[in-house]
Design a binder for this molecule. Structure first.
Ligand SMILES: Nc1nc2c(ncn2[C@@H]2O[C@H](COP(=O)(O)OP(=O)(O)OP(=O)(O)O)[C@@H](O)[C@H]2O)c(=O)[nH]1
Length: 475
């Protein structure tokens, strides 16, 4: 968990309120002071901390709350809300669309993790069905070519670069042209890092940008610089009109919270965070779930939106009620799950995709398994994906799918069996009428849930609220 220290301190401050017999202004003030201290220790800028504190205070008016209101919950919600506001740049980020030749250019200071991040980014989108390719336009450092080439080979991503060419623009243009012709839909251009020479860095960025006309420029920043990220992100924002930020090294640095909030303060969207040296150590950065996890309440709060993405009340549930839990529906669920960040916490919340599918403590293996299953499903025909006849999947179809996906026959059989198992569980769930309007359905849902899941959903009340939100939210 990134920023465990900051999250732990804030969660402890909130938990201490539980020990107070009465939640009054003094208890609130103590809690806010503790949260402010934790934020300052994470190197969040003083002005930002002051705004967060003031925001919580103005939202929580203890005297005005009706008798019987759960004050702790009100404070909890206000803290989560202000932290979200602190990290929200208020600006959507560009996301590549499949089938179009998206060009994404990476820039960053030397050692920020730029080259490693290029490969992580390519790998992330490859698993989402894109055809990424990497271009090394870093002619400044002698070993840059080898490093990116090795990373690309490890991740099995096509690569273009040159040992002898010294003009980064020429390489960038050639690489982008080559991969456009090869119909790659995500062409990633790695540019030279600079050692604390931001002016030179941005100058080169503009030149390569002029030559390749990228759809997105990503600035890779080292999270350990804390609030110093503000000036760098500000300078970047002024130089690139279409920029997003990736913050790396969020695994071992107490200052990560400072970097995140400082970048948000420049209204530059942070799109991913790097959480380790290896390719899978890469997380989508999404403010609400991030704050939820930070506060140790990852399974509830901001997660409601995510749950809707997994089983949106007005899209998936109607399909499910018709009784046909097809392979396509399973594929859609996998896709949704992939967008959600750490799957471990979430898996246990989804009926049928529970611990049996992903063992606790083995979330990474679980994610890899989903990716493999999706690769197999990518080799299925439309008819197979929408099939409801169990006899359709005969030996020859299974062999063809195995060949097409490059996976063993046994694994194709595993996918089919997993699908059958989940479909069977779903068929037992009482999604017949809207749950919030049906007390009996609600009761039988509670009975159908695995025991630890109900706890994670915040007990009966949590589940009821969740269902209400699911039922009321219009997409
Ligand atoms: N702990 C940790 N290390 C990272 C992360 N991302 C990158 N690194 C490491 O940071 C170091 C620098 O990464 P590079 O990818 O070479 O960085 P660069 O910005 O391309 O650096 P130059 O090639 O020197 O310009 C390497 O040792 C990486 O393994 C991360 O998220 N966490």
């Amino acid at each position: 968990m990134v920023l465990a220290q900051l999250g732990g301190s804030i969660a402890r401050a909130l938990a201490r309120m539980k020990d107070a017999t009465v939640v009054d202004d003094k208890v609130l003030a103590d809690c806010l002071n503790e949260i402010s201290r934790a934020l300052l220790q994470a190197d969040v800028r003083f002005e930002t901390v002051r705004d967060v504190k003031a925001g919580i205070k103005s939202t929580v008016n203890l005297d005005a709350l009706a008798a019987g209101t759960d004050k702790r919950r009100v404070i909890h919600t206000a803290v989560a809300g202000e932290l979200c506001r602190m990290l929200d740049p208020g600006k959507p980020a560009f996301t590549p669309s499949k089938g179009k030749p998206n060009v994404v250019m990476f820039v960053g200071l030397q050692g920020s993790g730029k080259t490693t991040t290029c490969t992580k980014y390519a790998d992330y989108y490859r698993w989402k069905g894109f055809s990424p390719a990497l271009v090394c336009a870093d002619t400044f450092q002698a070993d840059a070519f080898d490093q990116l080439k090795q990373n690309a080979a490890k991740a099995k991503i096509p690569f273009y670069g040159s040992y002898i060419e010294s003009d980064p623009m020429k390489i960038a243009i050639e690489g982008v042209d080559k991969f456009r012709k090869e119909k790659c839909d995500l062409i990633i251009v790695d540019t030279s890092g600079r050692h604390k020479q931001e002016a030179a860095l941005f100058e080169q960025m503009l030149q390569v940008s002029e030559a390749t006309k990228p759809n997105l420029v990503i600035f890779v920043m080292d999270g350990s610089i804390g609030q110093a990220a503000f000036d760098q992100a500000q300078a970047f924002k002024q130089s690139a009109s279409i920029g997003s930020v990736i913050i790396t090294k969020m695994d071992g640095h107490a200052k990560g919270g400072g970097a995140l909030s400082a970048v948000a303060a420049t209204r530059s969207p942070v799109i991913f965070i790097g959480t380790g040296e290896h390719i899978p150590n890469f997380e989508v950065f999404d403010v609400k779930p991030f704050v939820s996890r930070l506060l140790g309440m990852g399974d509830l709060s901001g997660l409601m939106d995510k749950i809707q993405d997994v089983m949106p009340a007005d899209e998936v549930l109607p399909k499910l009620t018709k009784g046909a839990f097809t392979l396509r529906l399973l594929y859609e669920m996998f896709q949704n799950l992939q967008n959600m960040g750490p799957l471990g916490q979430l898996f246990s919340m989804i009926p049928g995709l529970s611990a049996q599918f992903i063992e606790k403590g083995k979330e990474k293996e679980g994610q890899a398994k989903i990716k493999r299953y999706m690769t197999i499903m990518d080799s299925m025909t439309e008819k197979e994906l929408d099939n409801t006849n169990p006899k359709l999947m005969n030996k020859s179809r299974i062999n063809r799918i195995a060949r097409g996906s490059g996976r063993p026959v046994k694994e194709v059989v595993d996918v089919l069996e997993e699908h059958k198992r989940i479909a069977k569980m779903w068929s037992k769930l009482p999604f017949r009428r809207p749950l919030t309007n049906n007390r009996d359905s609600f009761k039988s849902l509670v009975n159908a849930l695995p025991p630890n899941m109900l706890n994670q959903l915040g007990g009966l009340n949590g589940l009821q609220n969740m269902m209400k939100q699911m039922g009321s939210k219009k997409r």
